[in-house]
Design a binder for this molecule. Structure first.
Ligand code: PLP
Length: 377
């Protein structure tokens, strides 16, 4: 099989007239044969050649037979969690992105689906699975504390107990981690982040090798209708071609930034994938090809976070991650603002935790910006 970046550029088989970039089919509807039968495409919600092109490429990157694009990452998560039926339940790792938390705590109860958060999914055993558990939903590394869960072990455990494993792979992307190869049944990602990578489009993708799940994910497009538009599908397809280049640079920048600030007196702790425990270090090294470019840090007690934020000139203070621009945010009040007080404590998300998403700027500029702001704290 061709290498990852070769596939990002050449996975498409049906590019017309030798064009090196595929065309954009903006059509909302497609003419049907008047003599009966069905055309290849009918109406954009159910299928569109441009969306298909992007889906085909993303499936090739995930080693999946099927990938489905939605209007946002949350729409992809909604499609995944939407496969659960009344009376079933899901075990979800904690922390998860605040939107995933919100879906579990607000939307699933309306559908008669129960959820149970687990702080250490690596400690799950057969006893955690009663007959209702139909899905385990993991984020690894987790947003924002970078906790690592053992995909292979939890996939085996879930399957032994009649449940499927869904992994939110937003932080590492298939460039660095391929959950389906490790036994997961489905991946979801916010394509808004690394896949699109330029802070200018929202999108989500769900991928699977399972025909029954693929049918449900397709129906989520057709029935709920939250599909990615042809223009955004095209832009995503173009942007993803530089995914490996961007992630390599972001990862190297993150490594250098962490090295520069780790002993700073204003930083009391740094979280990276695997930093939580020796067990998680081993899992992370075994299942991923790199740590990615998101880390979080705790600002030491007595330091002034507002002064720190106010002194930043290169890092933007905003939610989101995975773009070419470096951003940081305060998860407790921003991305994880929907959490209950109790779950914030359980997930170890304190008010002085800062999530840092490193971009592709020059490392020297990022380092002097962050060190300067920490000095001001
Ligand atoms: N999953 C993770 C891990 C995220 O960080 C996010 C957004 O930050 C989402 C899902 C949701 O994606 P979107 O904002 O594209 O709906």
């Amino acid at each position: 099989m061709a290498g990852f970046t070769t596939r990002t550029i050449h996975a498409l088989e049906n590019v017309e007239q030798g064009a090196v970039t595929p065309p954009i089919y903006a059509a909302s509807t497609f003419l049907q044969p008047t003599e009966g039968g069905e055309g290849e495409y009918e109406y954009q919600r159910g299928g569109n050649p441009t969306r298909d092109n992007a889906q085909q490429t993303l499936a090739a990157l995930e080693n999946a037979t099927h990938a489905f694009l939605y209007a946002t990452g949350m729409a992809a998560t909604a499609a995944a969690l939407g496969t659960l039926r009344a009376g079933e339940s899901v075990i979800m790792s904690l922390p998860v992105y605040g939107g995933n938390y919100r879906f579990a705590t607000i939307e699933l109860p309306k559908r008669g689906v129960e959820h149970r958060f687990v702080n250490d999914p690596n400690a799950l055993t057969d006893e955690d699975f009663d007959d209702s558990v139909a899905m385990v939903f993991l984020e690894t590394p987790s947003n924002p504390t970078l906790r690592v869960a053992d995909i292979q072990r939890i996939a085996d455990l879930a399957h032994r107990n009649g449940a499927v494993l869904v992994v939110d792979n937003t932080f590492l992307t298939p460039y660095l981690q391929r959950p389906l190869d490790l036994g997961a049944d489905m991946t979801v990602q916010s394509a808004t982040k690394y896949l699109a990578g330029h802070g200018d489009l929202l999108g989500g993708v769900a991928a699977t090798n399972d025909e029954a799940l693929a049918e449900e994910l397709f129906k989520a497009q057709l029935i709920s209708g939250g599909v990615l538009s042809p223009i955004d599908s095209y832009r995503l397809l173009q942007n993803v071609k530089t995914l490996a280049l961007r992630v390599d640079r972001q990862q190297e920048n993150a490594r250098r930034v962490i090295e520069a600030i780790q002993d700073h007196p204003a930083v009391s702790r740094i979280h990276t994938p695997g930093s939580y425990s020796a067990e998680e270090t081993e899992i992370q090294i075994r299942q991923a090809d790199g740590p990615g470019a998101v880390f979080s840090m705790e600002i030491a007690d007595g330091k002034n976070i507002q002064a720190f934020l106010g002194a930043l000139k290169v890092f933007g203070f905003a939610v989101s991650l995975g773009g070419i621009e470096s951003l940081l945010c305060l998860p407790a009040s921003m991305t994880q603002g929907a959490y209950s007080e109790k779950d914030l404590v359980t997930a170890e998300i304190s008010e002085n935790l800062v999530r840092v998403a490193v971009g592709i700027e020059d490392a020297e500029d990022l380092i002097s910006d962050l060190v300067g702001a920490l000095d001001a704290a």
